[in-house]
Structures are given as C-alpha cells and as structure tokens.
Design a binder for this molecule. Structure first.
Ligand code: NOJ
Length: 554
C-alpha cells in the first residue's frame, strides 16, 4: 500500500502554535514542547508552514533565504532537535516550499536590482505598455491582478522594467523557464531532505509556469491564464527527479485548478505529487465567486463539488488532500457549523465528513478542539496583508467601516491565525507575553485543557477517526459513492471495499433532517452497525449537525 493513504497530517502555523521564549511569537522549541500532545492525537506527519528567514510581509511566505531559519523561530540546532524528538514519537516532518516567488529581500532579487544579468533572469521582467519614451515606465504589461488586490506588476526603476508578483508586491515571481532557477530550487529541496525532512508541501505550485504570451485576460483577473500553465507538469516531474522526491510524501497547493490537471499531478504513473489541495469546496459561500461578498454556504453546491472531485479522482486514479481549515481559511465551525449552540456537534460532524472520504486528511492546529473565528471588531486587531488591503478596497468601493469589518470578521485569513488556545491561562497559555495577534475572546472556554477534560471531547473524536483509518483499510482503500444527492440538508456517501461497506451521514443543518431513503435506523435493519457518531443512539432522522457512521461486513 502506498505510504500516504492511511496517514494523517497535522498542520502547524509556528507563529501561533506555542511560544517557548516569551516574545509573543510561536517558535520551533514551542513545537517540541507539544510533541507529546500531537503524538497522543495519533497523527503521522507535521506540516510546518515557513520558518525561513523572512521579512514577514506575508508571514513567512516571503522567503529571504531558503536555507536559513529566521531567528524569531529558532536555530538550525532547534530544527534538528525537533526532527529527532518528533521521530522518537513516530512523527515525521513536512516542510513548506515556497518556490513560485521569493521575497524582494532575497539575495537573488537584490542582485537583480544591482544589475546582475544572471539574477535579472531569475525573475519575470517586462517592459510597460504605451511607453512614451525610454524613461517612461508606461502601463503595466497586462491587466493581471495579484492575489492580495491590485496589479500583479510593479514598476522598478532599478530594473528598468516591471516585475511580476502574483502575490504581495514584496514577492516577485521566479522565472521557471530559466533552467538555473529550477536547479537552484531543486537544491533547496535537497537541502531540507538531507536534514531529515520526510515530505513537502509546495506553495501555489500550479502557478509556476506562466503562459507563453503575456496578454490581457479579457474575462477575469488573469488567474485562468497562469494556473496549471503550459509546462507545469514537466517542471514538477523534473523537480521530483532532481530533488529525489519519489517515495516521499508531497502535496501541492493548487490555486484555481481543475480535475483533469489534478489527476495528472497525482496519478502514480505521472511521477509528480502524492496529492493535491484544491479550494473549490471552500468557495461555496462566496457570492458570485467574490471572497469579499458574504453569503450563506450553498450546501447543495458543496455536495456537488465533493461528489465530482471525489468520484472523479477515484475513477482517474488520483489522490486528494482532504481539509477544511488552514492558515488561509476562516475556522470551519464558524463557517459551515455553529460556533455557539452546536459547536462540539458541528466540529465533530465536519471532522468525520472529510476524514472518511477518499484521500489523506489534514488537521489544522486548533481544529481538533473546535476553535472558532475570533470575532475581531477593530481593524487594529488584523495583521494579514490581504485583510488590510481588502479592508481599504472595501472602503474605496463605498462600504462603511462597520460593513468592511463585518466582512473581514467572516473572511479574513487572520481568523485561522490566532494563537492556539492551550488553557484558560492568560493569552490562552500560548505565551507569557502579549501575542503578535490577539487571542480569540473565547479562550477560557475553548481550549485544549478544557476539551481534554470532557469525556466526549472533540480531540478524542479526532483521535478515534484517525484510529478508524488505521484499523479499517476501507477508509484508505475503498471506493466512494455519494448518496442522498437530492437531499438539501444531508451530505452522505458510501465507501466500499471487498465485501465491506461504510455509510457516512452528515446533517449540515441546525435543524432535524430526514433522509430521502427513509429512516436512519433502516440501515440497522440492513445489518449495519454504528461505528462512530456525535450523539447517543439513533433516531428516525438526524439531529442538528449529527453524523452517523455505519459499517457492515458481508
Ligand atoms: C499560499 C499560502 O498558503 C498563503 O498563506 C500565501 O500568502 C500564498 N500562498 C503566497 O505564498
């Protein structure tokens, strides 16, 4: 069996996980302190988001030196200790490789600014349009927009060109058509592999191959022109071969991708990646596809997307990374669940819903105790460049401050970046100092210590889901078929493997929900036995946010 199918990954955002030295910022030694907790949960891999040297304009996704550890997070000795201490507990480390762009503070960009031709060719530099003379920058080369708002091009007099940045202006995109760039980046990956890293997550890796011709996007902001670009598969195969990634666990973050490409990225015979993240299911509450326009989640659309991706990937032999949360997403309980009355129930339902699908599940720090959005009410509480930019954009579009703050409180990436709530101690036990970003106000009730103190904790539910994956090969190996497709309230599917069947029934509503099939307990008449659920017993329908998992052999 391929190594990653029955594994579970836990994502750590180091800045907000645990501060060991009292400066208000989490660090590598803080992770070491919490390894027993993670081992207890039962996960296999720890994906740690970037802790490399960085000016932190985009919280570490702006890398100034790929092989140096930012002192605010620790030292290389701390990292080695982390790898060893994790290994002793059966935990492996996955690192986050940001290979689409660097920071503008990276030596390569600095040399390019200094006029070094070799390094100018590391980046994507173009002349402006409609230049009125040699000194005139003209206009941006295309109408493409960057992910955080505004043009994806920046005029730089020291380069005498516009440079492309698909993210922040401080994150110039690397030119992957240059073989030397590709070789340098493969060297970075090898560097970490040699230090005991067992897997990699590749940041926005489907944006590395830009179109042959740079032209305006007449239908949108450019994304469709540079996502899954012309040479992306070739570059990935080359990276895998030259960095020696075959057999390691690799996951690609795929922005605005499609099923066809994701099959190519992950089919074992393609020799690209183990699995991919796609984000379509996390846009079902974007009104007209606009992240900054609020809407209740469209559960029917969520069901359709899961069905299409799950069955499509299964039929084509691809493999999904399964997730609700990460450092770019609001908390799922606040989003598709009920953070107040049914926080525990909905946290568990959402967990079972994806952990038992076909793919490898990812747990984002705090998800295993049902952490919620912090409900910030002032712009001073936000740190994220995307949130701060879009706050201004919303005001410019005529929203009031109150309306803009309301939108941020639902959509900001900072919702997922608040300090991990370990206890009811000051700052949630995350740090002895004021954290770099405010802790959520509910830390006294929602924290690891209080969750672990309850007999039906969310943590123990997650642990049980992980145990089920390890004990029942059907979870990792089985096929998937969706049920109740016309049911507006219930997401349901069946996994099948050999002569076994697993039925997962999830009520996404605050109200009692019925099955089209009939009574829930009819499954019991058919010989199914309840394997796990978030309520006692079974009824005719599903209680608010109820999940029931049935199993049958034969
Ligand atoms: C995706 C990362 O998850 C996000 O946090 C970052 O801002 C962008 N890629 C750019 O690196």
């Amino acid at each position: 069996m391929t190594d990653f199918r029955n594994k579970v990954v836990y994502q750590i955002y180091p800045k907000s996980f645990k501060d060991s030295d009292g400066d208000g910022v989490g660090d590598l030694r803080g992770i070491i302190e919490k390894l027993d907790y993670l081992a207890e949960l039962g996960v296999d891999y720890l994906w740690i988001t970037p802790f490399f040297l960085s000016p932190q304009k985009d919280n570490g996704y702006d890398v100034a030196d790929y092989t140096a550890i930012d002192p605010r997070f620790g030292s290389m000795e701390d990292f080695e200790e982390l790898v060893n201490a994790a290994g002793k507990r059966g935990l492996k480390i996955m690192l986050d490789m940001v290979l689409c762009h660097t920071s503008d503070q990276h030596l390569w960009f600095q040399k390019a600014l200094g006029g070094d031709e070799t390094y100018r060719r590391y980046y994507i530099l173009r002349d402006g349009r409609n230049k009125k003379g040699p000194e005139d920058p003209g206009e941006p080369p295309t109408n493409w927009q960057c992910a955080f708002g505004g043009s994806a091009w920046q005029w730089e007099p020291r380069l005498g060109k516009w440079y492309l940045h698909l993210h922040d202006v401080s994150q110039p995109d690397l030119d992957w058509t240059n073989p030397r760039v590709r070789e340098e980046l493969a060297g970075v990956v090898r560097f970490w592999k040699e230090r005991g890293v067992a897997g990699f997550r590749f940041d926005v890796i489907n944006l590395i191959s830009k179109p042959e011709r740079f032209e305006d996007d007449t239908e949108g902001l450019g994304r469709r022109l540079f996502a899954d670009g012309p040479h992306v598969h070739e570059y990935l195969r080359e990276l895998v071969a030259s960095a020696g990634l075959e057999g390691m666990v690799t996951v690609g973050e795929m922005a605005s991708t499609d099923l066809e490409n994701c099959l190519l990225y992950t089919r074992p015979d393609a020799h690209e990646l183990s699995m991919v993240f796609n984000f379509h299911h996390l846009k079902v509450d974007y009104r007209d596809g606009d992240k900054w326009a609020l809407m209740e989640p469209d559960i029917m659309e969520l069901k359709r997307l899961f069905a299409a991706w799950q069955t499509g990937m299964a039929e084509g032999g691809g493999w999904n990374a399964l997730f609700w949360c990460n450092h770019d997403q609001p908390r799922i309980v606040s989003r598709f669940g009920d953070e107040k009355t049914y926080r525990k129930e909905s946290a568990k339902m959402l967990a079972a819903c994806i952990h038992l699908m076909r793919g490898t599940p990812y747990i984002y720090q705090g998800e295993e105790i049902g952490m919620t959005n912090p409900g910030y009410t002032s712009i001073d509480q936000y740190r994220d460049v995307e949130s701060l930019n879009h706050y201004q954009i919303l005001l410019d579009k005529g929203k009031t401050e109150g309306e803009a703050l309301e939108i941020l409180s639902v959509r900001s990436r900072d919702n997922g970046r608040t300090p991990m709530q370990w206890s009811e101690e000051p700052h949630g036990g995350f740090s002895e100092a004021e954290p770099w970003i405010p802790v959520a106000a509910n830390f006294a009730e929602v924290n690891v210590a209080s969750d672990l103190g309850e007999k039906d904790s969310i943590f123990s539910f997650y642990r049980e889901l992980i145990r089920i994956r390890k004990e029942m090969p059907i979870v990792a190996e089985g096929g998937i078929w969706f049920l109740e497709e016309e049911n507006p309230d219930v997401l349901a599917y069946e996994r099948r493997w050999n002569n076994e069947s697993l039925i997962v029934l999830c009520n996404f509503r605050r109200q009692y929900a019925r099955l089209i099939k009939g009574c829930v307990s009819d499954y019991e008449k058919d010989g199914y036995r309840k394997r796990i659920g978030n309520y006692q017993g079974t009824g005719a329908g599903l209680r608010p946010y109820e999940v029931i998992v049935y199993h049958k052999v034969g």
